[in-house]
Design a protein around this ligand. Structure first.
Ligand code: ADP
Length: 263
């Protein structure tokens, strides 16, 4: 599925809406959480067991809602990024334990890291976040186990390629691919996978914000995202990160709206 102009505009609109709603919701949730905690402290010992359980259920639900609004805010904030010169191979190696824990024992991890990989300019924390998001999706797509493959490479997107994929700017990129041998996606799911709030996961499991966050972050960083998926075979998400050129500093990326994201 292509990351198109329409996609960016849709995210712009939803981002505004979500940000506004999330902000108000956060205030209300603070009141609910505060009230429930206060009640528990003041009368927790006096009320019966059943009432106590109801009270803690209220607190748990409010806490879950607070986590969700937090994610929403992160998505809509389009926070300023702090790109630094990074070695994506090193970053992936540094994540190996976290990834192994996230994926569990049934999934094996394979790495195909390119020698002589270019440096790239990207916010390292956000990139780790994005890769973790992709790994969680991969895990969910492989309930019976499988293989997660991490691959890196130097990619030169030439004009001919850009002609076929008009949303991709020609140039030099560091490619980081995350592949799984999971369920894959139907054509319909692929079309909507990057839409904020689109999820096929059961309630409480998915927010539908993972891929849209990855998309927004990579676009804001001056890169591209590609999605390949085949039902029954697996999925590959490729991140194209802008190459760092020698003797230049990585430029800070200011807070921007999706409408301004360079394509
Ligand atoms: P969430 O994971 O919360 O559902 P995402 O935006 O990350 O939100 O993903 C949206 C949907 O795209 C998922 O619900 C799933 O249907 C599909 N998807 C994402 N990654 C994969 C994958 N690796 N394999 C199969 N389907 C995927």
């Amino acid at each position: 599925t292509r990351a198109t102009l329409a996609q960016a505009q849709k995210m712009e609109t939803i981002g505004h809406l979500a940000g506004g709603v999330a902000h108000d919701f956060n205030n209300l949730l603070t009141a609910i959480l505060g009230g429930a905690s206060l009640l528990e402290r003041r009368i927790g010992a006096q009320i019966g067991q059943e009432a106590g359980q109801i009270l803690s259920a209220i607190r748990d639900a409010a806490q879950r809602a607070a986590r969700l609004t937090h994610q929403l805010l992160a998505f809509s904030r389009k926070q300023a990024l702090t790109p630094q010169v990074i070695d994506a191979n090193k970053l992936l190696k540094g994540m190996s334990e976290l990834l192994a824990r996230t994926l569990g024992e049934k999934v094996s991890i394979q790495t195909v890291l390119a020698a002589g990989l270019w440096r790239s300019c990207v916010d390292a924390n956000q990139l780790e976040n994005a890769i973790l998001n992709l790994a969680v999706n991969a895990r969910d797509a492989m309930p019976d186990g499988g293989t997660l493959t991490l691959e890196t490479g130097n990619v030169f997107l030439d004009d001919a390629y850009a002609a076929v994929r008009p949303e991709m700017k020609p140039g030099q990129y560091v490619m980081v691919a995350v592949s799984d041998s999971g369920t894959g996606m139907s054509e319909e799911v692929m079309q909507r996978a990057f839409d904020p709030f689109f999820t096929t996961k059961p309630e409480g499991r998915g927010t539908g914000l993972g891929l849209s966050q990855v998309f927004g972050f990579i676009k804001q960083s001056g890169g591209h995202v590609s999605l390949y998926s085949e039902l029954g075979h697996g999925t590959t998400v490729k991140l194209y990160l802008p190459r760092h050129l020698d003797d230049t500093a990585c430029e800070a990326v200011p807070e921007i709206s999706y409408a301004e994201i360079p394509r």
